[in-house]
Design a protein around this ligand. Structure first.
Ligand SMILES: CC(=O)N[C@H]1[C@@H](OP(=O)(O)OP(=O)(O)OC[C@H]2O[C@@H](n3ccc(=O)[nH]c3=O)[C@H](O)[C@@H]2O)O[C@H](CO)[C@@H](O)[C@@H]1O
Ligand SMILES: C=C(OP(=O)(O)O)C(=O)O
Length: 434
């Protein structure tokens, strides 16, 4: 088992470059299945375990997939299989994104039903409602979803009960090959939706309105492979912005797109952080004292739930009482108990968390409970006294490339070790009695 050991207290400085966005590349790779002709070449693909998983899913489905450096090439022109088994969906829920493309191309898809996860129950009823509206019959049983349509899917008007990112993506990917026009109302507006629409259009699709609350898709009869560069990861960028702020540092986050980060920038500025737009990114300068603020997570352009735990780490260092309300997922507070182990004055009240700061954070052994919690605990460790040991790094590896190396290059005292290789550090830790 591996763990990250971080000693708090160093101010970060320098430049860090963000990778391509995990949440953009996963649907884009799923969408390559729609091309019955030609290869797709995707650039700026981050080397993440989730990317390896989606590549494996595509290979299982009989597509030819290769990854060299940050470039993924997919040839999906052979006949595809219909089924995405549980071993992949269990590893990564985003595997359900192959359902729309398979249904559109084959008229049939069988995908293991994703379970809940550490952040909530996460049903996919809105995805299925969309497929049904387009004429598919959908059956759920024995742990699988079976969807089937006679002939082609048919364009339909679909109103989402909630602007679900995954449902918007899956329905878009099904609709591009449907007969007639599909209108998705109350759809998600995230930058990753716009990125997927751009890729689909490059493949020959006719998608309009991505980034607004209504998307119109005129179905076409076939799509070809296309070349695409994935947008920068706004959540990785945001995580480094918090790392700069929590250490009172001065960091240029290269590749951060200000328009994708407006709610985070606004909240950090309210806290007293200086954020300067530079030609190729955002410079973030942490103040001596941080101010308390309240935050509510919302669909884009509201405050992203994927930045909630990292901002919680930052608010623990702010003067006064702060509140975070989580409205997107019902159970995304597992990291609160871990922060408490680091001496945080923090409590959960329903869907809100209340923090009294500034907390004198102390190093402790803590376990990552999900992907963003992993990053948040490391951020807290950067500002804590002594050594923090973070375990369960499989969560971190889903969404961050060489996270500890990037922080070390900015001046953090951090290393990643295997249990048996950590003797030196263990001695240090024992000396400090933690
Ligand atoms: C791979 C990827 O891009 N993951 C992101 C995506 O997840 P994901 O696409 O799963 O998130 P959704 O936007 O679909 O989910 C948001 C909320 O809607 C609910 N819901 C969703 C679909 C549905 O059919 N029925 C339903 O009730 C979910 O349980 C959740 O409470 O968007 C989330 C919200 O920004 C982010 O936190 C995830 O990082
Ligand atoms: C929750 C996340 O991802 P996923 O939807 O893949 O679990 C995330 O990226 O923070």
């Amino acid at each position: 088992m591996e763990k990250i050991i971080v000693r708090g207290g160093n101010r970060l400085s320098g430049t860090v470059r963000v990778e391509g966005a995990k949440n953009a590349v996963l649907p884009v790779i799923a969408a390559t299945l729609l091309a019955s002709e030609g290869k797709s070449v995707i650039h700026d693909v981050p080397a993440l375990s989730d990317v390896y998983t989606i590549n494996e899913v595509l290979r299982y489905l009989n597509a030819e997939v290769s990854m060299e450096g940050n470039q993924v090439t997919v040839d999906a022109s052979r006949e595809l299989k219909l089924e995405a088994p549980f071993e992949y969906v269990r590893k990564m829920r985003a595997s359900v994104l192959v359902m729309g493309p398979l249904l559109a191309r084959n008229g049939r898809a069988r995908v293991a039903l994703p379970g809940g996860c550490a952040i909530g129950s996460r049903p996919i009823d809105q995805h299925l409602k969309g497929f049904e509206a387009m004429g598919a019959s959908v059956k759920v049983g024995n742990g699988f979803i079976d969807a089937e349509v006679t002939g082609r899917l048919r364009g339909a008007k679909i109103y989402l009960d909630f602007p679900s990112v995954g449902a918007t993506e899956n329905i878009m990917m099904a609709a591009v090959l449907a007969e007639g026009t599909t209108v998705i109302e109350n759809c998600a507006k995230e930058p990753e939706i716009v990125d997927l629409a751009n890729f689909l259009n490059a493949m020959g699709a006719k998608v309009r309105g991505a980034g607004t609350g209504t998307i119109r898709i005129e179905g076409v009869s076939e799509l070809q492979g296309a070349v695409h560069t994935v947008i920068p990861d706004r959540i990785e960028a945001g995580t480094f912005m918090v790392a700069a702020a929590i250490t009172g540092g001065n960091v240029l986050v290269q590749g951060a797109v200000p328009e994708h980060l407006s709610s985070l920038i606004a909240k950090m500025e309210e806290m007293g952080v200086t954020i300067i737009e530079e030609e190729n990114g955002l410079r973030v300068i942490g103040p001596e004292k941080l101010k308390a603020v309240d935050i509510k997570t919302m669909p884009h352009p509201g405050f992203p739930t994927d930045m909630q735990s990292q901002m919680m780490a930052l608010l623990l260092k702010a003067e006064g009482t702060s509140m975070i309300t989580e409205t997107v997922f019902e159970n995304r507070f597992m990291h609160v108990e871990e922060f408490r182990r680091m001496n945080a004055d923090i409590k959960i009240e329903g869907r809100s968390v209340i923090m009294n700061g500034p907390c004198r954070l102390q190093g402790a052994e803590v376990a990552a409970t999900d992907l963003r919690a992993a990053a948040a605990l490391i951020l807290a460790g950067l500002a804590a006294e002594g050594y923090t040991r973070v375990t369960e790094l499989k969560h971190l590896d889903r969404g961050y490339v060489r996270f500890h190396e990037k922080l070390a290059a900015l001046g953090a005292d951090i290393e990643r070790v295997r249990e048996q290789e950590s003797t030196v550090n263990e001695e240090k830790l024992t000396d400090l009695n933690i």
